[in-house]
Design a protein around this ligand. Structure first.
Ligand SMILES: Cc1cc2nc3c(=O)[nH]c(=O)nc-3n(C[C@H](O)[C@H](O)[C@H](O)COP(=O)(O)OP(=O)(O)OC[C@H]3O[C@@H](n4cnc5c(N)ncnc54)[C@H](O)[C@@H]3O)c2cc1C
Length: 578
């Protein structure tokens, strides 16, 4: 029996690794298992979106990710006989430090996350499978299987980050409505000879579907991704299926008009696709995140990004819930916040995938006839910076908001202007201690962040603690505050420094003991929830003093005026993105 950990993370893909990191940073003891004996596997995802980088920032991994990414991706778009070069960089997104798409292999993302976990002393137990789970009111009994044998554990929570064929989902009896696509994807790492630019992806839209050639191969220079009608043999969706003969790949390239010869094939796989969203993301103490909770087509590159964003929504909640008794809304909020987002993403990817890959007459005609005719308009469209930025904002999930969540509270008196409770806190350049820095950078550490207006009461009258950080926005007049959750969403705001209301919100969040009067907040608590008694070791001596930043916004960039009208210089964004 292993009785030490608070949270069992089943699956060490992007969702599981992120969740484990965030829960660890919020004080939980995590155990991470994966049935794969080896960490390495061919990459599926190749795109990281801005919001994903933002939620990863407090985990200290963005610099390592950006070092492995192409943040000014170029693509040669072939539409019929026309070719259009598209470059996506320096987007007009002033409220993020990452105004770009990042082209990066999933394998590199997983490596960086796993390394960060190892640096914190958390080892992924590879070759260890979750064979069964049974959730009770106070804990979960889990059966783990590895070459060393079978182990039964009792644990506080199980995070099912175990991919599309999730054991947790099946054992929790959560239904998985949706369908399989009549289209499959082919991935291959190949050597190609032909007229392909070295510095750009090649994208060919043909009647049969889309074909991408990226210079991002892992076992050979080129990574090919193509869609085609699904074969008669059923493929397990979302998982690597049988290889594709070289002659078939060459035929696909010829049909699309790629104009390249396949001179070597290192690896290839057919992958079945599905679109589904789990009926619930939570069953008692069992939770689903990532592909275990939703499955999309690869259109617009959402799966890994959504997986990481789910994990960043859930990790801190489980950590807080493991540390002290929490009210219902904290854990209920995960499903309430993330399932509607999953449904929206499904609708978007479904529509785009239809246009990209459907072999029906309308979509085929769109790609085969209309798209080539519209090709001359593409440079003008790409030149419309605001339009492109808004499109990327949508794809990047920068627009996601949890206004209806039980954790989003508007205080009394109500604050006007700026981000509302449930909105993502926009980023901006600020001046702190005489240097120019990103607001998100100042908030890039675990815990809740309270942003006081210039004239708000001093933090001494507010609840404080190790996981509650207080800042003062010296350029924002007023006596109110904005409280930001660990995942960067505004949770509470008020026009006055209402300690009682703030304390109630912090209690709801699990960042504060329910019985504690307003005053210093105990970050670690000795009061473990029933069922976790004796397991959680919390050191009260870790109670720390609150640091106060004085932040001077440059005037036209303050939260009261959000959304911002002016755009920081791109060189600032690049320099400060870390
Ligand atoms: C062709 C293709 C292209 C894609 N391109 C993109 C893209 O550009 N951008 C993007 O964001 N997404 C993309 N995706 C989707 C992306 O790859 C997935 O959404 C992402 O891998 C999901 O991460 P995850 O951690 O939820 O699950 P997974 O990556 O599937 O990880 C689940 C892990 O759980 C482990 N596991 C399973 N069962 C158990 C068990 N019982 N016990 C222990 N461990 C278990 C598995 O071994 C695995 O390591 C693409 C997908 C495909 C198919």
């Amino acid at each position: 029996m292993n009785e030490r950990a608070d949270i069992l993370v089943a699956g060490a893909g992007p969702a599981g690794l992120t969740l484990a990191l965030q829960a660890h940073d919020h004080g939980a003891i995590v155990r991470v298992i994966d049935r794969r004996p080896e960490a390495a596997r061919p990459s599926r995802a190749l795109i990281l979106h801005s919001r994903t980088l933002e939620v990863l920032r407090p985990l200290g991994v963005t610099q390592a990710l950006l070092a492995r990414a192409d943040i000014a991706p170029r693509a040669d778009l072939r539409l019929g006989s026309r070719m259009v070069r598209v470059t996506l960089d320096g987007l007009a997104l002033p409220d993020t430090a990452f105004p770009h798409l990042s082209l990066i292999r999933q394998m590199d993302v997983e490596r960086v996350l796993a390394q960060a976990l190892a640096d914190r002393g958390v080892r992924v137990e590879r070759g260890t499978e979750l064979a069964g789970v049974c959730g009770g009111p106070e804990d979960v009994r889990a059966t783990l299987r590895s070459p060393a044998g079978t182990e039964e554990i009792l644990i506080g929570f199980v995070a099912g980050c175990d991919g599309p064929a999730s054991t947790v989902r099946a054992q929790a009896g959560i239904s998985w409505p949706g369908h399989q696509y009549p289209v499959e994807v082919i991935l291959a790492d190949a050597e190609l000879d032909g007229d392909l630019a070295d510095d750009a992806a090649c994208v060919v839209a043909g009647r049969q579907g889309l074909l991408f050639a990226f210079r991002l191969g892992e076992q050979a220079p080129w990574r090919l991704l193509a869609t085609r009608p699904a074969g008669a043999d059923p493929l397990p969706p979302g998982q690597f299926g049988p290889p594709v003969p070289a002659a078939e790949l060459q035929a696909l390239m010829d049909e699309a008009g790629l104009g390249a010869q396949l001179t070597g094939l290192a690896w290839s796989s057919r992958i079945g696709l599905q679109y589904r969203v789990a009926d619930r993301f939570r069953h008692g103490r069992l939770f689903l995140a990532g592909d275990a909770a939703h499955a999309y087509s690869p259109a617009t590159g959402q799966g890994m990004n959504a997986a990481i964003q789910d994990a960043a929504n859930l990790g801190w909640k489980l950590a807080f819930a493991a540390a002290r008794p929490v009210s219902g809304p904290l854990l209920d909020s995960y499903d309430a916040e993330r399932r509607p987002v999953a449904r929206q993403v499904l609708a978007m990817t479904h529509l785009v995938f239809w246009a990209e890959a459907s072999t029906g007459p309308v979509a085929s005609a769109f790609r085969g006839c209309l798209a080539p005719l519209a090709a001359p308009l593409v440079p003008a469209l790409i030149g419309r910076r605001r339009l492109v930025a808004e499109g990327i904002r949508l794809l990047s999930q920068l627009r996601v908001s949890y206004r209806g969540s039980p954790l989003s509270v508007e205080g009394t008196p109500r604050r006007r202007g700026g981000p509302r409770a449930g909105d993502r806190l926009p980023d901006q350049l600020v001046t702190s201690a005489g240097r120019s820095i990103r607001l998100h950078d100042l908030l890039a550490r675990p815990g809740v962040h309270i942003l006081l207006d210039r004239d708000a009461d001093r933090f001494g009258t507010l609840p404080s603690g190790r996981l509650v950080n207080v800042h003062r926005l010296a350029s924002v007049p007023g006596r109110g505050l904005i409280a930001v959750r660990p995942d960067g969403y505004v949770g509470f705001r008020c026009q006055a420094t209402e300690a009682r209301q703030l304390a109630a919100w912090l209690t709801r969040l699990g960042a504060r003991q329910p019985e504690a009067p307003s005053g210093p907040l105990v970050a670690g608590t000795t009061a473990a929830p029933r069922g976790l008694q004796g397991r959680r070791r919390v050191d009260d001596s870790k109670r720390s003093t609150v640091t106060e930043h004085r932040i001077h916004g440059p005037g036209d960039h303050d939260l009261a005026q959000w959304p911002f009208r002016s755009i920081p210089r791109p060189e600032d964004a690049g320099r400060l993105a870390s």
